[in-house]
Design a protein around this ligand. Structure first.
Ligand code: AMP
Length: 221
C-alpha cells in the first residue's frame, strides 16, 4: 500500500491532479472537500455541521474533519494505495494522521506539494466550474467545457462553488498561508516532501507528478 498526500493552496490543482494520478496509478482518491460537499448536497447531519464553516472559507473543526477522514481511510484497507487531497490542512491534523497511520503499521510515503504563484491561484479560482454529478473540474480560462454549463464527461450540470466568490477566495488563501503552508516544512523535515511546479497544462503537471514519484511501488495503468 502506497500512501500519498497532495498539498497546495486552493486553486493549485490538487483535486484535479489527485483524481488523475489516482486513476493512472490505480489508487483510491480521498478528498476531504468532496466528502464535505457531498454531505452538504445530501443534507446529512455532517453537512449541517459544516455548512457555515465552508461558506465562510474557514476550516471545519479538527474533531469533525479527522473523524470523517479516518472513517473513510479505514474503508480502504487492501487498496493498492491512497491519495489524500485537502487533508491534512494544519499541524494537528497532520499529527493525528501520522498517529493513525503509524498505529496500523503504515507510513505516509510521499507528500506532493503543487506550487503555483498567488496571482495564478486567484485567476484559477474565480474561473472554476464543477460538475454536480461527477465532480469533474473545468476552468473558463484554461480548460473550458465543450458546451457551456455542461460536463464533457457525464453531461451533468456545471456550477460554481459558493466559496469561489472573491471575498471567500481571499479568506481561503489567508487560511492556507496561516495554517496549511507550515505543513510544507513539517513534511520536508520528515523527508517525504516533493515539490512539483503546478503551472502549465493539466496533462503536463500530471506527467511531472507521476515522473517524480518513485516507480518501484507504483502500478501504472
Ligand atoms: P477544498 O475542496 O479542499 O478546497 O475544501 C473546501 C472547504 O471544505 C474548505 O474551505 C473547508 O471549509 C473544508 N475543508 C476541506 N478539507 C478540510 C480539512 N482538512 N480541514 C478543515 N476543513 C476542511
Amino acid at each position: 500500500m502506497y500512501n500519498i498526500i497532495f498539498v497546495g493552496a486552493p486553486g493549485a490543482g490538487k483535486g484535479t491532479q489527485a483524481s488523475r494520478v489516482a486513476q493512472k496509478l490505480n489508487m483510491v482518491h480521498i478528498s476531504s472537500g468532496d466528502l464535505f460537499r457531498q454531505a452538504l448536497e445530501q443534507g446529512t447531519e455532517l453537512g449541517k455541521q459544516v455548512k457555515a464553516y465552508m461558506e465562510k472559507g474557514a476550516l471545519v473543526p479538527d474533531e469533525i474533519t479527522i473523524q470523517m477522514v479516518m472513517e473513510r481511510l479505514s474503508a480502504t484497507d487492501g487498496a493498492n494505495g491512497v491519495i489524500l487531497d485537502g487533508f491534512p490542512r494544519n499541524l494537528p491534523q497532520a499529527e493525528a494522521l501520522d498517529g493513525a497511520v503509524g498505529a496500523r503499521g503504515k507510513t505516509i510515503d510521499k507528500v506532493v506539494y503543487i506550487e503555483v504563484s498567488e496571482e495564478e491561484l486567484v485567476k484559477r479560482l474565480s474561473g472554476r466550474w464543477l460538475c454536480r454529478q461527477c465532480q469533474a473540474v473545468y476552468n473558463t480560462v484554461n480548460s473550458p467545457p465543450k458546451m457551456e454549463g455542461k460536463c464533457d464527461k457525464c453531461g451533468g450540470e456545471l456550477y460554481q462553488r459558493p466559496d469561489d466568490k472573491p471575498e471567500t477566495v481571499k479568506k481561503r488563501l489567508d487560511v492556507y498561508f496561516a495554517e496549511t503552508a507550515p505543513l510544507i516544512d513539517y513534511y520536508r523535515r520528515q523527508g517525504t516532501l516533493m515539490t512539483v511546479e503546478g503551472e502549465g497544462s493539466v496533462e503536463e503537471v500530471t506527467r511531472r507528478i507521476v515522473a517524480a514519484l518513485p516507480a518501484e511501488k507504483l502500478v501504472v495503468k
